[in-house]
Ligand binder design. Structure first.
Ligand code: HXC
Length: 274
């Protein structure tokens, strides 16, 4: 392959989009205490929204909420819930309504992952990831939908690209994310008439994330030359996902629903000559 184009530095969303486009809006984000979803939340807050972040570990969640509020000047509520538990999610939604009065945007981001071949993956291991990723997404939609109907709001589900082909050691996540993609498409067509949009962001290889750490360095097929083969010549940055988030929630995307936006530097389209 010829020498790749390498972008000098990741753009911050505030250099690209107007600062106050989400003023008065409220985000509800599962998995928002860390990684990609925390960066997505920060970007939405930087553009004026208040937010609730949802996760299992309250101490870590509260520390992240404090950081997000300090970094953005907006309010951030930490609400403890396991997305596998509908009642806990309903309570998190109730706390959000009590504090902020509305929900406009939802990010379904809570996920679980580890590497395991089918032959060694236990039934409970498979089921656990389906329960977190797929049923957790369903539970989040069910808990928030009445409020999104009221606000004519928008969903973003964090999926992946690995289920487009047979990715080894990822049967649980592949099955779970394929179901998330399908769920988003159905949500888009059923709730479009109520003014609700639903889209997928499918992150590719994003530097410094738990997913990347789990899949690249510790994997049986760990490949140190990986970035050389990416069309844009580098790993993604969480800001790349944040920018896509701001766009999809913004009025500029008002006619976009039921779509999958892969933010992967072109990785999914690359097929090398044998
Ligand atoms: C094989 C494993 C395993 C491993 C857990 N299990 N880890 N099997 N290899 N490394 C099995 C356990 O043995 C058990 O089955 C079952 O899974 C449930 O495990 P628990 O630890 O009891 O479950 P829990 O505490 O709920 O933890 C859930 C988890 C955990 C998914 C296993 O890793 C987790 O919560 N992770 C959250 C954080 C995370 O993974 N974030 C990264 C997401 S990245 P048995 O049979 O023993 O009872 C991502 C990106 C994807 O999603 C795309 C990237 C490109």
């Amino acid at each position: 392959m010829s020498k790749a184009y390498v972008e000098p530095a990741p753009a911050d969303s505030t250099t690209v989009f107007k600062n106050d486009i989400f003023k008065g809006k409220v985000l509800f984000c599962t998995g928002g205490g860390s990684g990609i979803c925390k960066a997505m939340t920060e970007a939405v807050m930087k553009h004026g929204a208040n937010a609730t972040i949802v996760g299992r570990k309250l101490d870590r969640l509260q520390a992240s909420a404090n950081e997000l509020a300090a970094a953005t000047g907006r309010q951030c509520l930490a609400a403890q819930a396991d997305v596998r538990n509908p009642k806990q999610l309903q309570d998190a939604v109730a706390k959000t309504i009590e504090k902020f009065g509305r929900i406009d945007f939802v990010i379904c981001g809570a996920a679980g992952n580890f590497l395991a071949p089918i032959a060694k993956l236990s039934e409970n291991g498979f089921k656990t990831v389906i329960e977190i990723d797929t049923i957790g997404t369903y539970n989040t939609i069910k808990a928030t939908l009445p409020h999104l109907r009221a606000s004519k709001g928008s969903y973003i589900h964090v999926s992946a690209t690995l289920h487009y082909r047979g990715t080894p050691y990822q049967v649980h996540v592949s099955a779970a994310k394929a179901a998330v993609d399908a769920t988003s498409a159905v949500l888009a067509v059923e709730e479009g008439p109520n003014g609700i949009r639903s889209n997928i962001i499918a992150p590719g290889p994003i530097a410094g994330t738990e997913g990347m750490d789990r899949l690249s360095s510790k994997g049986p097929d760990g490949n140190s030359n990986y970035t050389m083969h990416l069309p844009l010549g580098r790993l993604g940055d969480v800001k790349d996902i944040a920018n896509a988030t701001v766009f999809l929630f913004s009025p500029a995307a008002r006619y976009i629903t039921g779509q999958v936006l892969a933010v992967d530097g072109g990785a999914e389209h690359l097929r090398t000559l044998q």
